[in-house]
Design a binder for this molecule. Structure first.
Ligand code: DAH
Length: 353
């Protein structure tokens, strides 16, 4: 192996540094840069082979030459990293520039109208937000429901008069009268209680169907939101508090609510939940049948028979439930005298919200 002098090593290192820095400068892309790194700085590169020469040198010369090589390597490595960073940044910039999407659109002319949510959808999501803020989860269930979920499990047996009050659309599916379009969102309570153990804090919005003739306050398809709380030590006071909190949040100060004794098979005791008629501000009108009040829905303490149907121990758990019409609520909130406009799809109406 040839013997190198310190001078020769220094010369070779200088030569290599000169070559490396001019190649760095000329390297137009990252591939070329990486090639250069491998050629000079890698384990099989020029620096490594210079290092090999050290073995044949005298002890003191070897140390001096080793320091020269190390310094040069550190310097070249730093230059390489800086160049690589610069090229990567430039490449990224080009990439972003190439992928840039222009999302602005100039729309001119007067016949342009942005789409929007239907008032009912808007009201439903506002209600969800309010209840989420109160600590409730949002749950859903099917619109085609079994008789068991819609009636039986809710303590409404086949002969019960409450079935007559909710004239149902039955489906031709399975046994006669075993499947129907749900008449209320209460069956979702049953679904939530059968799939989840208490404690339960949930609201369940959705579409419901009744064989009603459309009038100012009724449409055969409408929307309800159901609420269910099951926990230890829940009382009627908790129910009244929840209703009060939600009414204030959705209606603001001008509309007041009241609970009146009522009857529902699935709650005991039960109450009807009414608000001031916003159309006449309580004076009495066609919409509220001259009572000054509009019934939004019902509520009460979950009947032990309902807990029995879903296997929840009523000695351990108590709960309250409520259910009310989203359409009715929107109607009162915006003082809409006739609910049928929700289904007309008249943009002059829809555009106002
Ligand atoms: N499901 C009833 C209806 O559609 C409303 C209702 C009343 C729901 C009392 C409830 C409740 O959860 O506790 O008329």
């Amino acid at each position: 192996m040839p013997q190198f002098s310190l001078m020769e090593i220094i010369e070779k290192v200088d030569e290599l540094k000169g070559y490396f820095s001019s190649s760095l400068r000329d390297a137009g892309d990252i591939d070329r840069l990486r090639e250069l790194e491998s050629e000079v700085l890698s384990k099989k590169g020029s620096i490594a082979s210079l290092n090999k020469q050290l073995g044949s040198m005298d002890q003191d010369l070897r140390q001096a030459a080793g320091a020269v090589i190390n310094d040069a390597r550190a310097q070249m490595r730093a230059d390489y990293e800086a160049t690589l960073a610069r090229l990567l940044a430039a490449a990224r910039e080009r990439e972003l520039e190439a992928e840039k999407l222009d999302l602005s659109e100039i729309v001119s002319g007067s016949d342009f109208h942005a789409g929007r949510f239907h008032l009912i959808s808007k009201t439903r999501s506002e209600l969800e937000d309010i209840f989420i803020g109160m600590g409730f989860a949002v749950e859903e269930g099917p619109e085609a429901e079994t008789d068991w979920h819609n009636f039986e499990a809710l303590n409404i047996p086949p002969y019960h008069p409450a079935r007559a009050g909710q004239d149902s659309f039955y489906l031709k599916y399975g046994e006669p009268e075993s499947m129907l379009l749900r008449t209320h969102t209460s069956p979702v309570q049953i679904r939530v209680m059968t799939r989840q153990e208490p404690p339960i804090y949930a609201v369940m919005p959705g579409r419901v169907y009744r064989r009603d003739t459309a009038d100012a306050r009724h449409t055969p398809v409408f929307h309800q939101i159901e609420g269910l709380v099951v926990d230890k030590g829940i009382t009627f006071a908790n129910l009244a508090g929840a209703i009060e909190t939600f009414t204030k949040a959705i209606f603001g100060p001008n509309i007041v609510s009241r609970l009146r004794p009522g009857y529902f098979p699935f709650t005991e005791p039960s109450a009807e939940f009414e608000v001031t008629c916003a159309i006449c501000e309580g004076a009495g009108c066609r919409t509220c049948s001259n009572t000054g009040w509009i019934e939004l829905g019902g509520c009460g303490m979950v009947d032990p028979n309902v807990f029995g149907a879903v296997g929840i121990d009523p000695e351990v758990w108590t709960g309250f439930a409520f259910g009310f019409g989203i359409d009715r609520l929107a109607q009162m909130r915006y003082a809409i005298s006739d609910m049928r406009v929700f289904l007309d799809n008249d943009v002059r109406f829809l555009r106002q919200f």
